[in-house]
Design a protein around this ligand. Structure first.
Ligand code: AMP
Ligand code: ZN
Length: 466
């Protein structure tokens, strides 16, 4: 099977051939761990989770290394510790920072698990790779690409002539558009920080330039190199990271002599009801907020995957309701599946630059045709099947198989009615009655009820066409 991926670096869809099919390597920029993940943060997690699953399907479960980092050194984390200290919390600032990072990582795992995202192969914390970052910075200074001044180390952007190539901008355009900071320790306003001093009470590490901490960009360059080697296959993240974060990662890694990433992939942003998600608009919510309101993780995932990752996506209440209805219907019939039957059409949709909306269109066809084994395969590949029908989608009192038979009969009844085959429609209606299943048609769809006269053998006979 040929996988094609859109490479931001070339602005084209390209055939994806891994460097080593026995070890396909992917790096995705992970969260800064200062607070709960908001709904937008879940988009890259789910997009790259589908890619991870596709790569595992094609190259083998053990043949893919997926690294996603935790940025656990940052002003925003420090700010939470300072605020807690001011509010009277006990412990040093360093301890409060560590506590915050630890608890945020736990939340992140719980929330992303609930969305059906597989844990990446490796989840390095930036603070565990300080030595590698220091070594890389020393190397860049030695090669003339970086300089130390007043406890800071800065990268000389103008020394790297391909700077801006990823996002297609010139250095001068970037200066005009970006919020570049002028500072006394900088030779050029475009230069960015590799290392900076740290206050005594806040997390810091000894280095040749004094006690300090790394800049954000060098973290990813150093961790990707340490864990994935000189050159690796895919680097991903949200579109907002293209500039400056990914431009800076490329500049550092290339100047250090690394091959770095071959394919760059970026997901577009998420909005809510047509507007940018923001605290001031009151439409800001976390993944946990939705889960607590009773929105199933599968539904959040389904809505996310209904839009192609390179298009902006809009989270709406209407989409949530429709996704819940669709998934409930699919889960109820898929309980009947004896196994999972690979479906080339679903696979090809995902292999075409992760066309998840097309894969979902295919699942609608499979569901309408009652091809439950292929439907289950598609749900598995999209990460929407965890081995059994989720409780929220099941009907109390019915086992998955019984429920599958009932809903498959209801699907056949609807098809018969559409085809004006009233003999078949009546056979199913009478058969369900004989088997002791009462069906109430609600606006949300038919709801079956098990009567005391329920007879599973009779149900099987009706489903078998008798
Ligand atoms: P951060 O913790 O802000 O560095 O973000 C973690 C990841 O979430 C990055 O890959 C961002 O690009 C991504 N991200 C942040 N906001 C959104 C959004 N509204 N839509 C999609 N992705 C986002
Ligand atoms: Zn990064």
């Amino acid at each position: 099977m040929t996988i094609q991926l859109h490479n931001t670096a070339t602005r084209r869809k390209e055939v994806f051939e891994p460097l080593d099919p026995d070890n396909v390597r992917m790096y995705v920029c992970g969260p800064t761990v200062y607070d709960r993940a908001h709904l937008g943060n879940a988009r890259p997690v789910l997009v790259f989770d589908v890619l991870f699953r596709l790569l595992r399907h094609v190259y083998g479960e053990d043949a893919v290394t997926y690294v996603r980092n935790f940025t656990d050194v940052d002003d925003k984390i420090n700010a939470t510790a300072l605020a807690r200290k001011e509010a009277g919390a006990s412990g040093t600032l360093e301890e409060l920072v560590a506590e915050r990072s630890d608890e945020t990582i736990e939340w992140y795992h719980a929330d992303m698990d609930a969305l059906g995202a597989l844990r990446p192969t490796k989840e390095p914390r930036a603070t565990q790779y300080i030595a590698q970052m220091v070594a890389m910075i020393e190397d860049l200074i030695g090669k003339g690409f970086a300089y130390a001044k007043d406890g800071h180390v800065l990268f000389r952007v103008r020394r790297y002539d391909k700077y801006g190539a990823l996002s297609g901008r010139s250095v001068d355009d970037m200066i005009a558009g970006a919020r570049v900071e002028v500072a006394p320790y900088k030779e050029d306003p475009m230069d960015f920080v590799l290392w900076k001093p740290s206050d005594d009470e806040l997390p810091g590490w000894d280095s040749p330039w004094g006690r300090g901490r790394p800049g954000w960009h060098i973290e990813c360059s150093a961790m990707a190199h340490d864990l994935l080697g000189d050159t690796f296959d895919i680097h991903g993240g949200g579109n907002d990271l293209q500039f400056p974060h990914h431009e800076n990662e490329i500049a550092q890694s290339k100047c250090a002599g690394h091959g770095f990433a071959r394919f760059w992939m970026h997901n577009e942003m998420l909005q809510v009801e047509g507007k940018k998600m923001s605290k001031s608009l009151g439409n800001f919510f976390t993944v946990r907020d939705l889960l607590d309101q009773g929105v199933p993780g599968e539904v959040i995932r389904f809505v996310m995957l209904s839009t192609h990752y390179r298009k902006p996506m809009d989270w709406t209440e209407k989409k949530r309701a429709e996704a819940e209805k669709t998934l409930r219907k699919w889960y109820r019939i898929v309980g009947l599946a004896g196994g999972s039957e690979p479906d080339p059409v679903t696979k090809n949709a995902l292999a075409d630059d992760l066309n998840t909306p097309e894969a979902i269109t295919r699942l609608h066809q499979l569901a309408n045709a009652g091809d439950v084994n292929s439907l289950r395969f598609g749900l598995e590949l999209l990460g929407l099947w965890s081995g059994s029908v989720p409780v929220w989608a099941s009907v109390p009192g019915f086992h998955d198989g019984e429920m599958g038979a009932v809903f498959d009969l209801l699907r056949m009844r609807d098809a018969a009615r559409r085809n004006k085959d009233f003999v078949e429609a009546d056979r199913i209606r009478d058969g369900l009655q004989r088997a002791g299943v009462k069906v109430v048609d609600l606006p949300s769809g038919p709801e079956p009820e098990k009567l005391p006269s329920f007879d599973v053998d009779e149900l099987a006979r009706v489903w078998g066409g008798e």
